[in-house]
Write a protein that binds this ligand. Structure first.
Ligand code: ACO
Length: 427
């Protein structure tokens, strides 16, 4: 028998197995705790709870390490493309040339949406948030493809995966085009994945559109950096929803909604709104940092802090460098970047942030890049969703491969004890 942990409750001692992951992470396995002892564990926010064993992504928050399937994020960011990384996450290994060509070809084949989707988008108010539109549209894919909804049929799953990755950029761009009253563009399958997305977003039927390679590369990089992050809020949501055996589209639609929140992916929109507000209100960076620290003020320094990274977020380091590169190459001077750098410098020296180990996260600089290349602010989180999609899919796939049971946490009930019902006349 391997290492064990002992738990003493009253006079009883329970022996619990300790399991170790491939990077030496140890965990007490409490799978049989309740059946043995009648007790459960309580961990609101799950800061100490592993929900699964996973071979997709490794993070060491103390050392600032992030690896997809064993490959350091720095190497993937420098050498890979987003489509290649998507393949890696979903299928477990980097593709050879033929595998990559076939994958790209299949994604190209599936980029179009059913023509009736146009009326689906047109029925939404113009100011609908793209995340609401994307989540609804992804859920609606299940209505168009009832032939591929079975989560344990490998062929149906494969088709759904390719459809989703191919169509999400088209969906996101339709949400945007509808909001500005421009015609929906058809995908241009001669272009690469990101080039096609830029075409869908920024082309119009009346003029030629050329993809700027600097912008294409920058977006590709951002998508790679967002592609997976183990058991974060949206991924855990996808897994939990998926564990009910619902179809992939429904699970991913739930993930998109979870990502939308300002404590999660929605922070990238909030960061840029924060920077714009600082610029418009003429606040100094110091005034804003003081505001973010104040207990009386609800504003946090958006793009700062992370549940897992307590030293630095390696994605933020790469994005900050890319931010300077892209802005230089585009010849853009960004006041927002200046404010962001000043905020970061102040916060990193401030006792409040140092004590709480709060560092810039992936969202702090990504918005500055999106902003510089003309992406509308409310599309930022939708771009994050396109990036995170392969990670959600890989984790969903793993859940089914491992035949994990339905996710069903317990609770400690603290409400009223049984009481007699009072008729309405007597209340
Ligand atoms: N600005 C000011 N104070 C902060 C910030 C911040 N950005 N983040 C955390 N704190 C403070 C909290 O007020 C709390 O202080 P206290 O101990 O005095 O009460 C302490 O730091 C711990 O914060 P928690 O919210 O308990 O930490 P948790 O690990 O639960 O939250 C989170 C992490 C949600 C990311 C948080 O840091 C935050 O809200 N950041 C801003 C939003 C953001 O950037 N989200 C994107 C995260 S990355 C991603 O999801 C893609």
């Amino acid at each position: 028998m391997g290492e064990t942990a002992e738990l003493r409750i009253g006079n009883e001692t329970y022996t619990l197995p300790v399991i170790e992951g491939s990077e030496g992470e140890r965990a007490i396995d409490i799978e049989n705790l309740r059946s043995q002892s009648g007790l459960i564990t309580l961990d609101p926010g799950y800061g100490n709870t592993g929900s699964c064993q996973s071979a997709v992504t490794f993070i060491d928050g103390e050392k600032g390490i992030l690896r997809y399937r064993g490959y350091p994020i720095e190497d993937l960011a420098e050498k890979s493309s987003f489509v290649e990384v998507a393949y890696l996450l979903i299928y477990g290994d980097l593709p050879n040339k033929e595998q990559l060509d076939n994958f790209r070809e299949s994604l190209r084949y599936h980029t179009m949406l059913h023509e009736d989707f146009k009326s689906f988008f047109s029925a939404m108010p113009k100011d609908a948030h793209p995340m609401a539109a994307c989540s609804a549209a992804v859920a609606a894919l299940a209505t168009f493809y009832p032939d591929s909804l079975e989560p344990r049929d490998p062929h149906q799953v494969e088709v759904s995966i390719h459809r989703l990755i191919a169509k999400l950029p088209t969906i996101a761009s339709y949400a945007y085009k509808h909001s500005i009253g421009q015609p929906f563009m058809y995908p241009d399958n001669r272009l690469k994945y990101v080039g096609n997305f830029l075409h869908l977003m920024f082309a119009t039927p009346c003029e030629d559109f050329t993809v700027d390679p600097v912008v294409e590369k920058a977006i590709d990089l951002l998508l790679i950096l967002h592609a997976d992050h183990e058991q974060n809020c949206s991924t855990s949501s996808v897994r939990l929803i998926g564990s009910s055996m619902v179809n992939l589209f429904a699970a991913i639609s739930g993930g998109i909604n979870a990502l939308w929140g300002p404590r999660h992916g929605g922070a990238n929109q909030d960061v840029i709104e924060m920077l714009l507000a600082i610029a418009e209100e003429g606040l100094t960076a110091r005034e804003f940092v003081e505001r973010a620290k104040s207990r009386d003020d609800t504003s946090r320094l958006m793009g700062f802090g992370h549940r897992v990274y307590k030293n630095f977020d390696p994605r933020a380091t790469i994005i900050k460098k890319a931010c300077y590169d892209v802005l230089n190459r585009l010849g853009v001077h960004s006041k927002l970047l200046e404010i962001a750098v000043e905020l970061e410098e102040l916060a990193l020296k401030d006792e409040y942030f140092v004590e709480r180990k709060l560092y810039p996260n992936v969202d702090f600089y990504s918005g500055v890049i999106y902003n510089a290349i003309g992406t509308p602010v409310n599309m930022f989180t939708a771009m994050f969703a396109i990036g995170r999609l392969p990670g959600w899919i890989a984790q969903w796939h793993e859940l089914h491969h491992d035949k994990q049971k339905i996710g069903r946490p317990r609770q400690v009930y603290v409400g009223p004890n049984q009481r007699p019902y009072t008729l309405i006349e007597q209340r």
